[in-house]
Each structure stands twice: as structure tokens, then as C-alpha cells.
Design a binder for this molecule. Structure first.
Ligand SMILES: [Zn+2]
Ligand SMILES: [Zn+2]
Length: 177
């Protein structure tokens, strides 16, 4: 089956659930795209990058994981990542799955019943053992780990800003529980 285009879905959700806040001057504040075939560890992610002072963020949905699943799984994954984008770009809050996320998720789930947003993507992914979520304090990227790690830094930020060496400005921090 061909992959459905994500942009119309994004615009629809933006209107229905985010009061149009994710579009400015007809431009989405975040890029939305399907991954290539290699993204097999997560159904989707949101990522912010700041290059030369310009913020550009994107939502990537996993083609290999979501392609065989029903459209409701695509909808709930996109919506989940849109909540991350909204918290980051509209609320300007540094949070993963905290109070704002949960509030918004509950609201969306009560507004409609065709799909359900959850905190974790519960698809057939080998991420059972990857249960710890860390977030780069610099770019906001989220990574999954088998255990909590201390003093690890985001590889792409270290490469981008510190010539590949470890720097505490791009530490990966872990959720409380
Ligand atoms: Zn999430
Ligand atoms: Zn980073």
C-alpha cells in the first residue's frame, strides 16, 4: 500500500486540536516527513535543530513500522509527535511527556474516538527493552536506552557544534521515572 501523505493530516489536526498554532503564514512551523526504510526503533520522533540561530524542527514517522499498520496508528503517532512540536514551538517549554503533554493528549482523546494518542507508541517494535527515554538538552532529540545513562551527550550536537567531542551543553537527560 502506498504511504498516505502526511501534510493534509497535519493541517487537519492543527485545526482540530492545536487551534492553528502550528502554522504561521500558511507555513507549518515543523517539517513533516516519512522516514526511509532504516528507522526501525521508533514509530516516530520530533526533533529540533538550531543552526546559525535558525530553528528548524521536524516530525519523522517511521515508514517500515507504520506502513503495514492501520491508518489510526499513523494518526495517533502523528498526533503524538505534534504534541511534542506544540510544547516545544508554541508553549516553549522543555518537557517530554510531562503535565502539558498529558493534558493535551487527554483533551485530544476526549474530542474524538477514531484514534487514541498514547504516551508510548505501542506498536510491534523491538523497543520493549529500550524503555528509558533521554532527551538532548540542546536540540531536544529523544533517544531510547536500555538503562539510564550518566553524562552522555547527543552525538549529532557534539558533531555539529563541538567538532565531535563531548560537551556538557548537549547532555542527554532522563525522565524522572
Ligand atoms: Zn513522545
Ligand atoms: Zn542534540
Amino acid at each position: 500500500m502506498a504511504l498516505i501523505p502526511l501534510l493534509p493530516l497535519f493541517h487537519k489536526f492543527n485545526r482540530l486540536f492545536f487551534e492553528n498554532s502550528l502554522v504561521i503564514n500558511f507555513e507549518p512551523v515543523v517539517d513533516i516527513r516519512w522516514s526511509d526504510n532504516r528507522l526501525k526503533t521508533t514509530a516516530g520522533f520530533y526533533k529540533r535543530r538550531q543552526i546559525n540561530g535558525v530553528i528548524n524542527s521536524e516530525i519523522v514517522l517511521s515508514k517500515p513500522i507504520l506502513e503495514p499498520l492501520p491508518i489510526t496508528d499513523i494518526q495517533s503517532t502523528l498526533c503524538h509527535e505534534m504534541i511534542h512540536a506544540w510544547i516545544d514551538r508554541v508553549l516553549n517549554i522543555n518537557e517530554i511527556h510531562g503535565a502539558n503533554f498529558i493534558d493535551k493528549m487527554k483533551k485530544i482523546n476526549s474530542q474524538q474516538s477514531s484514534f487514541k494518542v498514547s504516551i508510548r507508541h505501542t506498536f510491534p517494535v523491538n523497543r520493549k527493552e529500550l524503555k528509558y527515554m533521554g532527551k538532548c538538552i540542546n536540540c531536544g532529540s529523544i533517544f531510547m536506552y536500555r538503562r539510564r545513562m550518566k553524562n552522555i551527550a547527543c552525538k549529532s550536537c557534539c558533531n555539529l557544534f563541538f567538532k565531535g567531542s563531548w560537551n556538557k551543553k548537549c547532555l542527554i537527560i532522563f525522565e524522572n521515572q
